[in-house]
Design a protein around this ligand. Sequence first.
Ligand SMILES: [Cu+2]
Length: 401
Amino acid sequence: MLMRPVSRFLLAAGVSITSMALTLPAFANRPEDKGIAFQDAATPLAEEVHVFHNAVLMPIITVITLLVMALLIWVMVRYNSKANPKASKFSHNTLIEVIWTGIPIFILLYIALFSFDLLYKEDVIPDGKRLTYEGDGQTTAFVIENDFAKSRKVSRREHVDVYMVNAATGAKAKLAHGDDYSLDGLGDATVTVNLNQAPRPNEGVEIIAGRSRSGPGKYLGLFGEDRSSIVAAPGLTIKASGRQWGWDYSYPDYGDFEFSSNLAKKEDLADPSLYLLATDENIIVPEGETVRMIVTAVDVIHAWAMPSFAVKIDAVPGRLNETWFQAPAYTPGGSNTYYGQCSEICGIDHAYMPIAVEVVTREEFNAWVDEQRDLAGMEPMFDNQEVRFAENVAPATTAQQ
Ligand SMILES: [Cu+2]
């Protein structure tokens, strides 16, 4: 098992761990004491799962519960032995039997209508294509190669999202089809986005094309607000391997460096309430990136779960399971670490194998990759002189055995 010093990356040199500990933000994205609702959704897919639960399942559950309770009360009051001393003897009623078979069929069909769509999105890795252009004040036409598989081709205007990006701040504004741009060649080999106004040199255009739309859309495609967006294909793959008692991670796209992530000791935590959630080494992901998780186990079945991403997948020895999530945006000074736990009872220390995903900026991610590559004896990939990692800033937390 690999053991690593606890590392924290600091943007500016000279920031000591003491001041870090004092300025640690309040953590969200974790279970709350006495909480009974979902953790806040941190990804569009998790939002969609919450909408499915709140708008589709909850009304059905509520109506059925009230109906059954009313029927029970009615039976108890109207048909008890005092109120109804002479019981009737019939045992069949065709109409009632058709009703109580038919209604549940419609309820299940209604649930399936929404849940099959959601299951598909959870299961299938997004394949959206992201193109970015810098404005030059003249160009208005941007071309998308429509080289998706036949069933995934860009053929409707819902399959293209266009954003205007402010180059200085990185702020994105979604453009409206019709008002801001038109599309040519939908379903053909190339699709052209024609902007009504050429982006200026300090502006950028971001085009995402594909059918992997996620996030709450209009109810039945008709009512309400559409907050969905097309998700780009994964730009990062992380392999997670569950073991008694912790997780090992590797980053195959960046030289396959590996590290172990174990339960952080209580005395090492700035916030002791994070005990059993915090790890000694977090999974580091760049903000906004689509991440493919490949999950397996080395001994018994574990499960990799991140409630705020609505992700839970079994880690089965000898098998590779695949899932994905979209890393949330990085909030400067905010809570950028998300907590989950092994979610398959795997033995005596099942409760001691937490999962922590930390979202960072792209520059910090690159610096972290270089640090990990250095620890694994590899050359740096990015070698950014401005962003540095501070090593050995806290006492090393070792695996508990
Ligand atoms: Cu486990």
